[in-house]
Structures are given as C-alpha cells and as structure tokens.
Design a protein around this ligand. Structure first.
Ligand SMILES: [Zn+2]
Length: 262
C-alpha cells in the first residue's frame, strides 16, 4: 500500500487540511472558537456570493458572484432557470458582509475511541483543536486569520451579525474585544451563537495587512466567479484576465469609493 489510509482520513477530518489555506471561519457541531474582529463592522466587505447546499447539507457550490467583477454570472443564470422556488432561492447570490477576524483557537469535545470524554459532573471535556504540520510533524493550534460571512436574515450567522451591528450602533468598536462563538446543529439547521468578552488590547500581529480590499480579492481568488461561457473555474486557478479585473476594481476604488452597482 503506497499510503496510510488512516493518515489520509486524519488529514481530511481537521479544518486546516481540507484546503491549501483555510479562509472562511467554520466550526464543527458543538465546537467553539475565540476570535477578535480585525476591523470594526464598517470595515466589512460587501460581496455577493453563491453558497448552494445539496440536500445532505454538505457544500455543493461556493463561488463569488461574477457580478462582483462586472461579468455575467453562470450561477445567477442557472438560478433563473431553476424549476421550483426553493431551488431558485437557494441558488441565488446572497449579499454577504465579509469580516476578517483573528481566530485564537478552537475548542472541541475531547474524544477517546470515538466517544466524548466527560468530567466528574458528566459535562463534556473540551480541548484545543490542533493539526499536524506535514513537513515537521509538529502539532499546531488551528489559529490565524479567518473571514466571517455575515448575513442578517435566515443565516447561520444571523445572531453574530446582529450582535455586532447592535454594538456598532451603540458606538462601540467590535475590534476592541474578543468574542466566543459556539456552533450548534449541522447542515441547514446550523447556528452560531456569540458571547462577548470585556474590551482588551489586542497583541497578535497577523503577518500581512488585513484590509477590506484583501478580503474582496481573496474571495475572488479562493472562490472564483463562474463567468458565462468561460468554462468552469476551479478554486485556486489564477487567470490573468481575472487578475486584471481585480486590479481594475482596486484602482477604481482608490480613485472613487463608489464601484458601480454590483
Ligand atoms: Zn451570480
């Protein structure tokens, strides 16, 4: 056997191994995370995004709507042709507010032989979620820059989004404090519940500049738009034409804050 199948299964089961670089903030059922928003709420980046689930609630398609780069979107066209109302609604691009955060760590239920380990009061024991660095074999904390996909209605992140909006409206910067976010449920019944900690100084320094424009470009690069009659574009493919458009959007933004209607 050329590979150890258990190693492959281990890799698939941790967040950091699913893709080359984790980008969106995600948790498994009953996991909880400690985060710090890297920008205040008015620094969130508006991106129209397709997130289409299959009936099992697994991801089927995640793609930035091609309208974001001023092109005709194949997924929007598919949505128009969808047979029933629910499918149409599911397939339509959603207006999301992408907010970069620092993920300190994720706590997950301690599991032994596939079963949750309980403490003396029969409450589950939690431990830090780690992954193994393939090159060094070193165990590392799942941690770093992640992007929250905030939406205000019928979304798993609605409670988090509302909490942030109310705080911002009350004149408080959400970037001044840490939040605990816990996930409940799975598939389309997922919800993320926030709780906040007192304001505190932020001492972590991400190794690159996390700006609204970085978030927009990363969405486009990591979850490429499916442009009508340009063929399927897989995640991570670099395309000079798209790069040029992204650069154009960036330049336009410097010259003028209003970037057309998308
Ligand atoms: Zn679209």
């Amino acid at each position: 056997m050329a590979f150890n199948v258990i190693d492959l299964m281990d890799q698939q089961s941790v967040e950091g191994a699913r893709s080359t670089v984790p980008f969106f903030f995600r948790l498994g059922d009953t996991q909880r995370a400690s985060i710090r928003p890297l920008l205040n709420l008015d620094g969130a980046c508006e991106v129209w995004f397709h997130k289409i689930y299959n009936p099992q609630g697994k991801f089927y398609v995640e793609s930035t709507c091609a309208r974001v780069i001023g092109k005709k979107c194949q997924l929007c066209e598919d949505a128009l042709r969808a047979s029933d109302r629910k499918a149409k609604k599911d397939m339509t691009a959603k207006q999301m507010f992408m907010l970069p955060v620092w993920l300190y760590s994720i706590k997950t239920k301690k599991i032994d032989d596939g079963m949750a380990v309980l403490d003396e009061n029969d409450n589950p024991v939690f431990e830090d979620l780690t992954y193994t660095n393939k090159e060094t074999g070193e165990k590392k904390l799942v941690s770093g820059v992640r992007v929250l996909q905030l939406m205000f209605k019928e979304s798993s992140f609605a409670r988090v989004a509302d909490t942030f909006r109310l705080m911002y409206k009350a004149g408080n910067s959400i970037a001044d404090r840490d939040f605990l976010i816990e996930r409940h449920g799975s598939g389309t019944d997922t919800s993320y519940e926030p709780s906040k900690r007192n304001p505190s100084p932020f001492s972590v320094k991400p190794d690159f500049d996390v700006t609204e424009e970085w978030v927009r470009q990363s969405c486009i690069n990591n979850y490429p738009p499916q442009v009508v009659s340009e063929g399927y574009r897989a995640r991570g493919t670099s395309d000079p034409a798209i790069d040029a458009i992204v650069q154009g959007v960036k330049n336009a933004q410097v010259a003028d804050d209003t970037i057309g209607d998308f």
